[in-house]
Design a protein. Structure first.
Length: 262
């Protein structure tokens, strides 16, 4: 029970489809480790599904609807979490989108949408939660980025590369700025993963589902894709006292893919 007695606020705690997304798995694993969880998602039904799973395992959770691009929604989620649990020990950011296309096909509107969701959203959640952690005397921030923040792969998603690279550097800046005040901030960088969101957003790059699964499995030195639980376990580690002297780290969870440079 690495997180017994602690409260975790998870943005992006639902799943984009049937199965286990990174945020859903992380929220459930935080609860299994003893934390009380505020599960926030743009899709309230998805957040409620996560809450119900936690409750079904005798855990404590609340479900909230919220859009990370709206400061008012974030402030409301923070207020509801504090009202329910009294504190926020861990902030987990797991919201992200992609838009595929060659550079000349990328519209300004789509570029801004990806930046708003993937990067500005984390700025807004941290802006709302860091003052809470400062009053408490500390906390942990876990931001879910991507290996695409550090290496270039075969996919044409310029805004995704840029937003995730910005997220990594933003997190390192947080880590340095607040290290002396008890707040740790780290990044998890998933590599080739098999999640509902990936199956939805990457599918157009392949002839079909089976072709996509074969190709993505082959990309990994381990010969298989990772799962949401791999990301969740790394997140719990970084949020827990096992990582008490770790901050400003961008941790690849990628089956060794980063060793190949992409």
């Amino acid at each position: 029970m690495k997180l017994a007695g602690r409260s975790v606020l998870v943005f992006g705690a639902g799943s984009a489809g049937p199965g286990w997304g990174n945020g859903k798995a992380a929220a459930v694993l935080y609860a299994r480790e003893g934390a009380r969880v505020a599960a926030v998602d743009l899709n309230e039904a998805a957040a409620e599904e996560t809450r119900a799973i936690i409750a079904g395992e005798s855990g404590t959770a609340i479900a909230l609807a919220g859009d990370v691009t709206r400061a008012a929604d974030i402030d409301a989620a923070v207020a509801r979490t504090l009202a329910a649990f009294g504190r926020i020990d861990v902030l987990h950011n797991n919201v992200g989108i992609t838009h595929m296309g060659a550079l000349e096909e990328v519209t300004e509107e789509r570029w801004k949408q990806v930046m708003d969701v993937n990067l500005t959203g984390v700025f807004l959640t941290c802006k709302a939660v860091v003052p809470v952690m400062l009053r408490q005397g500390g906390g942990a921030i876990v931001n879910i980025s991507s290996l695409a923040a550090a290496v270039i792969n075969r996919y044409p998603y310029f805004s995704y590369y840029a937003s995730k690279a910005g997220l990594n550097h933003f997190t390192r800046a947080l880590a340095v700025q607040y290290a002396g005040q008890g707040i740790r901030a780290n990044v998890v960088m998933p590599g080739i993963m098999d999640t509902p969101l990936i199956r939805e957003q990457i599918a157009g790059q392949y002839a079909g589902h089976d072709a996509m699964m074969r190709a993505r499995d082959a990309m990994s030195p381990m010969g298989r894709q990772g799962t949401a639980w791999d990301v969740a376990r790394a997140s719990v580690f970084l949020a827990s006292d096992d990582a008490a002297y770790i901050t400003g780290v961008c941790l690849p969870v990628d089956g060794g893919l980063s060793c190949l440079g992409g």
